[in-house]
Design a protein around this ligand. Structure first.
Ligand SMILES: Nc1nc2c(ncn2[C@@H]2O[C@H](COP(=O)(O)OP(=O)(O)OP(=O)(O)O)[C@@H](O)[C@H]2O)c(=O)[nH]1
Ligand SMILES: [Mg+2]
Length: 458
C-alpha cells in the first residue's frame, strides 16, 4: 500500500514522435485493472511483479488489435512511485500510444501532470527531494559532466553528505537543551566554548558546500561566452575555430559580422553558449550601428568576455580603450602566424589585467590552449574532488545559505551572552533549513512548483 490514496494516472513516458519502442506508464491502485481491459481475454495472463510479459493489446470498444507489447508490473511499494505501476512497452508510434492511452482513460484513469510520477515517488518516500530533482537534471543534461553530477545526486550523495550534519546539529540541540535546563544562571564558560566550537565546525562545512555552488552553477546552467573586439581582428574566425566548423561568415572586409551569432558547444563538459559579435566601432552604416548595439547587449548578458586583438596592430590604443568599458576576462591576440607587432608596453598593460593568449585562428594554433584557459578560469582550482558533493541547484544553495546564516546568528548569540533560548531558536531554524533541501520541511506549494518543471511521464 502506498501512503496516499491518489487517483490512478497514466502518461506516455517516451519522447513525442516515432521510435522503436514507446512506453506508457500507469501508476495507482487501479493500474492493473485498467490494463486488464487492454489485454485480450484469451491471453489475460496474471500480473506477476517484476516480470516483463509479452501481451496482445486490444481496443475493447472496437474489438481491433492495437499492438503487441511487453507489459511489466511493479507491485506497490516496490515500484518507482511506491504505488502499483504497470509499464507498457509498445511499438513507438504516436497513434498506437494515443490509442492505448485512450482506452486507459476510458476506465477512469487520469492523465498525469508534469512530474506527477516523481512527485508520488517523493511523497511515498521512495526518494528524497534532491534525488527527485536529480532525475530532472539527468534528463535535461547536455554534457556528460552534467549527467555524471546528476547521477551522483540521484544516488543520494547530497542527502548522504547532509545527514551527518543534520545528526550533528540535532545532537548539539539536544545537548544544549539539556544543559540549559539544568543551569539556573549562565552557561558554564567551558560548555559555552564547546558549543561555539561545534557551531563553528558546522559553519565551516556548510561554507564549503555553498562555495561549491560557484562551480556547480556553471556546470548545471552553462555560461554565455562573448567574443568582442574591433572589426576584422578575427572574432568570427576564432568563433569558428572553437566550434570546429565554419559557422560564421569570415571575409577580409571589416564589418562582416552584422548581427550577434550564437552557437552551443561545450568546454570539458561545461555547456557554453558561444557568441560572435559585430566589431565595435563608430559607423555611419545603420545596419552596423544596430549590430554594435547588439554587441553591447551581448556583453551585458555574457558570463565570460574575451577581448580579441589583431597581432599586427602595433599601437592598439583604441582596442584597450574599448576593453576598459567592459568586464573583460581574457585577451586573445589573433593572427600570431603573421608575427606579433603589438608593442611591449601594450602587452604589459593587457597582461597586467588578465591572461593574454596568442593564437592563430587561421592555422588553428593556440585554440586548444584557449579552450583550456577558459575552463581553467571557470573551474580551475575549484575543481571539487570526487568525495565532495557539488551543489548545482539554486534552491539547495539558498537553503544552505539560510542554515549558515542561522548558525552564524546562534554563534553570535552565545558570544554576546544573549539568552540561550535565542541561540537555541536559531539552531532549530538552521536544522529546518537543511530539511528543506531533502524535502522533510517544505510546504506543498513549493513542492508543486518544483515538480511542475518536470516533463510529463516522469
Ligand atoms: N593571417 C591570419 N588571418 C586571419 C586570422 N584570423 C582571421 N584572419 C583573417 O582576418 C580577416 C577578418 O577575419 P574575421 O574572422 O572575419 O574577423 P572579425 O573580427 O569577425 O571581423 P568583423 O566581423 O568584421 O568584426 C579575414 O580575412 C580572416 O581570414 C589568423 O589567425 N591569421
Ligand atoms: Mg566577424
Amino acid at each position: 500500500m502506498s501512503l496516499f490514496d491518489f487517483k490512478t494516472i497514466a502518461a506516455i513516458a517516451t519522447p513525442p514522435g516515432q521510435g522503436g519502442i514507446g512506453v506508457i506508464r500507469i501508476s495507482g491502485k487501479d493500474a492493473v485493472s485498467a490494463c486488464r481491459l487492454l489485454l485480450k481475454a484469451d491471453n489475460g495472463a496474471e500480473f506477476i511483479p517484476n516480470r516483463a510479459v509479452f501481451q496482445l493489446l486490444n481496443n475493447p470498444e472496437t474489438g481491433f488489435i492495437i499492438d503487441e507489447a511487453v507489459v511489466t508490473y511493479f507491485k506497490a511499494p516496490n515500484s518507482f512511485t511506491g504505488e502499483d505501476v504497470v509499464e507498457i512497452s509498445s511499438h513507438g508510434s504516436p497513434v498506437v500510444l494515443a490509442e492505448i492511452l485512450r482506452v486507459l482513460r476510458s476506465t477512469g484513469v487520469d492523465l498525469a501532470q508534469p512530474g506527477e510520477f516523481s512527485m508520488r515517488a517523493f511523497l511515498n518516500q521512495r526518494m528524497d527531494l534532491t534525488q527527485a530533482e536529480a532525475i530532472n537534471d539527468l534528463i535535461n543534461s547536455q554534457t556528460t559532466y552534467q549527467a555524471r553530477l546528476a547521477a551522483r545526486q540521484l544516488r543520494g550523495e547530497l542527502s548522504r553528505q547532509l545527514q551527518p550534519l543534520k545528526d550533528g546539529l540535532t545532537g548539539l540541540i539536544v545537548h544544549f537543551e539539556s544543559t540549559v535546563e539544568f543551569v539556573e544562571d549562565d552557561l558554564d564558560p567551558l560548555d559555552l566554548k564547546i558549543f561555539i566550537a561545534r557551531i563553528e565546525g558546522f559553519i565551516e562545512t556548510l561554507s564549503i558546500m555553498v562555495e561549491s555552488y560557484k562551480v556547480g552553477r556553471i556546470i548545471r546552467n552553462g555560461i554565455n561566452l562573448a567574443l568582442i573586439g574591433r572589426p576584422n581582428v578575427g572574432k568570427s574566425s576564432i568563433f569558428n575555430a572553437l566550434l570546429g566548423k565554419d559557422r560564421a561568415i569570415v571575409t577580409h572586409l571589416p564589418g562582416t559580422t552584422r548581427d550577434t551569432l550564437s552557437e552551443p558547444f561545450s568546454i570539458n563538459g561545461i555547456p557554453v553558449n558561444l557568441v560572435d559579435t559585430a566589431g565595435i566601432r563608430e559607423t555611419e552604416d545603420i545596419i552596423e550601428q544596430i549590430g554594435v548595439e547588439r554587441t553591447r547587449t551581448a556583453i551585458t548578458e555574457a558570463d565570460f568576455v574575451i577581448g580579441v586583438l589583431d597581432a599586427g596592430t602595433a599601437d592598439p590604443v583604441e582596442d584597450l580603450r574599448m576593453f576598459e568599458n567592459y568586464p573583460m576576462d581574457l585577451y586573445v591576440i589573433n593572427k600570431s602566424d603573421l608575427g606579433v607587432s603589438i608593442r611591449d608596453e601594450f602587452i604589459a598593460a593587457l597582461s597586467g589585467r588578465h591572461t593574454v593568449l596568442e593564437v592563430s585562428a587561421l592555422k588553428g594554433t593556440g585554440i586548444a590552449q584557449l579552450n583550456d584557459e577558459i575552463y581553467h578560469q571557470l573551474i580551475g582550482a575549484r575543481q571539487p574532488g570526487s568525495e565532495s558533493a557539488i551543489i548545482t541547484n539554486e534552491r539547495h544553495c539558498a537553503a544552505l545559505e539560510d542554515a549558515l546564516a542561522y548558525l552564524r546568528r546562534a554563534k553570535q548569540d552565545l558570544i554576546s551572552g544573549f539568552t540561550e533560548e535565542i541561540a537555541l531558536d536559531n539552531l532549530h531554524k538552521a536544522l529546518k533549513s537543511l530539511g528543506v533541501i531533502t524535502g522533510e520541511t517544505l510546504i506543498a506549494d513549493i513542492i508543486n512548483q518544483i515538480f511542475s518543471t518536470f516533463c510529463i511521464g516522469k
